[in-house]
Design a protein around this ligand. Structure first.
Ligand code: DHB
Ligand code: FE
Length: 281
């Protein structure tokens, strides 16, 4: 049977992708950001997954106001890096896992979560920047990736509680897949940031660090936090953090092993947070 063995959490700032693609990662501004992922790149090599289930948000790239799926699972064999206005990032195409994705869709929809099934989708910085942070600049990404897009851009957005319960349903779905795959689940986006309005530039280090503590130690309690608290405390784009609860809900109930924890401000307009959690058994 397939099994989720680990989860990864990371922010997804587009300027991080540009810094890598333009060869600026060693500049003094960026070096501390990338240093925080040195451990993670080695960990990916030492603990290679067969598949990554990557929870991210699309930023009005593949979707628009014409169509707003709350939860969308990518079932295609391949996903191209999107053109977000300055050409597609020069990164490899994302190879999907249509069989596992279809199985998860079947199981999770029968478990009463309404997923949109997406057979064609270009993937924006929400997905490609986390891959770059965790894998560097390879010729090809190290394994198939199932993109799972969550609407956190256009209101109404899903609650943390629903995201956490969806994670549990994904755990059950993976555990019933009849092939011994080692699956990692990633929750991406966040941490505190606000890109517009009078509070643009907001960062809340105390909130972010408490969020990391609670995500590790008591995610079921954290999942009760209403969306308005994310927006008030972490900024309008801080709501991206609800996606981390999907990954956390997919982990075993026993306390996880914390393999890596990193927090850094600033990166563009965003506080960068990053965790690697492994299931204990
Ligand atoms: C920034 C952060 C985001 O999450 C995003 O989607 C776009 C920009 C930023 O910090 O600049
Ligand atoms: Fe974003």
């Amino acid at each position: 049977m397939a099994r989720i063995t680990a989860s990864v959490y990371t922010s997804h700032v587009p300027a991080i992708g540009a810094a890598l693609d333009l060869g600026k990662s060693h500049e003094p501004y960026w070096q501390p950001v990338f240093n925080g992922y040195d451990f993670s790149k080695q960990w990916m090599k030492d603990n290679p997954p067969d598949v990554v289930f990557l929870v991210f948000n699309d930023h009005a790239t593949a979707f628009s106001l014409e169509m707003i799926p709350t939860f969308a699972i990518g079932t295609a064999a391949r996903f191209q890096p999107a053109d977000e206005g300055w050409g597609p990032r020069p990164v490899p195409p994302v190879i999907g896992h249509p069989e596992l994705a279809a199985h998860i869709a079947q199981s999770v929809i029968q478990d009463d979560f309404d997923l949109t099934i997406v057979n064609k989708m270009d993937v924006d910085h929400g997905l490609t920047v986390p891959l770059s942070l965790m894998c560097g600049q390879p010729q090809a990404w190290p394994c198939p990736v199932i993109p799972f897009a969550v609407n956190v851009v256009q209101y109404p957005v899903p609650s943390g509680r629903r995201c956490f319960n969806l994670g549990r349903a994904i755990r059950k779905a993976v555990a019933s897949y009849d092939e011994p795959l080692n699956v990692h689940i990633w929750g991406t986006g966040g941490m505190s940031h606000q890109l517009q309005g009078p509070r643009a530039g907001l960062i809340n280090k105390a909130f972010d660090n408490a969020f990391l503590d609670r995500l590790i130690a008591d995610p079921a309690d954290l999942a009760q936090m209403p969306h308005i608290d994310y927006v008030r405390e972490a900024g309008s784009e801080g709501i991206e953090l609800v996606m981390w609860l999907i990954a956390r809900g997919a982990m075993d109930d026993a306390p996880p092993r914390v393999r890596h924890r990193f927090y850094h401000v600033p990166a563009s307009n965003t506080a960068v947070g990053h965790l690697i959690l492994e299931n204990a058994s």
